[in-house]
Structures are given as structure tokens and as C-alpha cells.
Design a protein around this ligand. Structure first.
Ligand code: ATP
Ligand code: MG
Length: 254
């Protein structure tokens, strides 16, 4: 038997898998008379963090919802080479897209362990990935999720998605409303997750984007107006002001 030189997480891309994990092409979303996404196209590379940025109301959440099939859309969405735009949401999730919505959707009356077991009755806080990424949740397995801090609830929401084998994670503003220390904790977990699972991250905290994102896609008025390196964008004050507005340049901690 040949021994592998290094252990590789089964969810990480194989060396031959060089293309993007996810491609969005000419995505349109209309709500009644409102044309919210107007031909959005971008790739999510098979490794690292891709940040989806833009001012309030430009269509970031709508883009994630459209990918997962929760917004009425047209266009092409390709996951690991397979078109999924005609699939219903449960099949898209089963095909390997994990979605952590902005409102976290933790069941407050259930314990942390019970929240995790909603995904799979056999996988609770004792699942290896929970011990590796969320040791704090292991200690709080019997605590009701409604009594956790916002950051801890965010961890439950992330852990629940990561219990399933996932090709790519869509995460919507995971640090919104969190205290600075918790922002740092969530950023650390996302950076660790991104070592094995590519992430498409909607995030308004630019220091955090600079720290953990590799590439950025910027939306404005339902269209992509910029694609490039995260460090380059954040380093360019004029460009960040032009693309994101001053409201994005609030104090942040990462
Ligand atoms: N279900 C809906 N019905 C009608 N309009 C909607 C619906 N969902 C979103 N919109 C509109 O689509 C636009 C984009 O909303 P979206 O939530 O995607 O923005 P966003 O970039 O995530 O903003 P934020 O930074 O505030 O989270 C907004 O004008 C919003 O009012
Ligand atoms: Mg949003």
C-alpha cells in the first residue's frame, strides 16, 4: 500500500480540481417590478475566501439566496462543473452548498447539542469537527442556544452547516452586531474553515476582509463593478471609497 505524503481533508479540492468551485453567470433576480440583480457573473475559486462586498441594498444577500434557490432567478449557476440553476433548494444543499444566513436561525429553546443533531441525529457536539473548530460549543453542549451570546450562536450556525460535507460555504455577514472580541473569534474560525472549504463571504468589516479574504467581488446596483485581490482593494482608500462608500470604512476589528 502506498502511503500518502500528507493527510488531506476529503472536502478540500483535489490537485486536479483547478477550476472554480462555483460559477455564477448572468444572474438576474426580479422582485415584481424591481430588477435587483442585473446580470451578475463571478467565480468562486476552489480555495480560500472570496468576499462579496458592496453598499447596503446592492444585492449581496439576494445573490446568496439566488445561488441557493431561495430567490426567483435566471442565469447559470455551476457547482463543481454541474449546472444547478434548475434544481430546488434541498437538492442544491445536498449537492454541496452550505448556507449560513444573516439571521443565524438558531433554535433558542433547544440545547447546542440538539441544534446540531437537527442536521443528523448521530452528529452532535461530540462530532470531531465540532471539537476541532468549536471547543467552546463542546463545553456548552447542554446549554440552551437562546442563552448564548451572538458570537456563540454564530458558531452554532456555522457548526451546523459544517457537519455536512460541503463543497462551498455561503456566509452572510457573520460578524454583524458582534462585539470586537467575538468578531475576532468568528474570523479565526472562518480562516480555519477556509483551509479546507472555500467560502463566499458577505462581510462589511474591511479589516476582517483584508485579514481572511483572498479575492473580492464588489456589487453596485445589482451588477459586478470590481473583481480583484482583497489586499489590493483594501489598501486603495480611493477605490474603497468609490466602490463601497464611507459607511463601509467604519472601525473594525479582525
Ligand atoms: N423579497 C424581496 N422582495 C422585494 N424586494 C426585495 C426582496 N428582498 C430584497 N429585496 C430588495 O432587493 C435589494 C437588494 O437587497 P439585498 O438584501 O440583497 O441587499 P444587500 O446587499 O444584502 O444589503 P445589506 O448590506 O443591507 O444586507 C434591496 O433593494 C431590497 O429591498
Ligand atoms: Mg444583506
Amino acid at each position: 500500500m502506498t502511503e500518502q505524503p500528507t493527510a488531506r481533508d476529503p472536502r478540500s479540492p483535489s490537485p486536479s480540481e483547478v477550476g472554480p468551485v462555483l460559477t455564477v453567470a448572468d444572474l438576474h433576480v426580479r422582485y415584481g417590478g424591481s430588477h435587483v440583480l442585473q446580470g451578475v457573473s463571478f467565480d468562486v475559486p476552489a480555495t480560500g475566501v472570496t468576499a462579496l462586498l458592496g453598499r447596503n441594498g446592492v444585492g449581496k444577500t439576494t445573490t446568496l439566496k439566488a445561488i441557493i434557490g431561495l430567490a426567483p432567478r435566471s442565469g447559470r449557476i455551476v457547482l463543481r462543473g454541474k449546472e444547478i440553476q434548475d434544481e430546488p433548494t434541498p437538492r442544491i444543499i445536498r449537492a454541496g452548498i452550505g448556507y449560513v444566513p444573516e439571521d443565524r436561525e438558531v433554535f433558542g429553546g433547544l440545547t447546542v447539542d440538539e441544534n446540531l443533531r437537527l442536521v443528523d441525529p448521530d452528529l452532535g457536539v461530540d462530532a470531531p469537527i465540532v471539537g476541532r473548530l468549536f471547543p467552546d460549543l463542546v463545553a456548552r453542549g447542554k446549554q440552551r442556544a437562546g442563552t448564548l451570546s451572538g458570537g456563540q450562536q454564530q458558531m452554532v450556525s456555522l457548526a451546523r452547516v459544517l457537519l455536512r460535507t460541503t463543497s462551498v460555504l455561503l456566509v452572510d455577514e457573520p460578524t454583524k452586531g458582534l462585539a470586537p472580541k467575538l468578531v475576532t473569534e468568528v474570523a479565526d474560525v472562518l480562516a480555519e474553515v477556509a483551509r479546507t472549504t472555500p467560502i463566499l463571504l458577505v462581510e462589511q468589516n474591511l479589516p476582517l476582509v483584508r485579514r481572511i479574504a483572498d479575492t473580492v467581488v464588489v456589487l453596485d446596483a445589482g451588477q459586478v463593478v470590481h473583481r480583484g485581490g482583497a489586499a489590493e482593494l483594501v489598501a486603495d482608500a480611493d477605490l474603497t471609497r468609490e466602490l463601497l462608500g464611507v459607511s463601509m470604512r467604519r472601525e473594525g476589528v479582525a
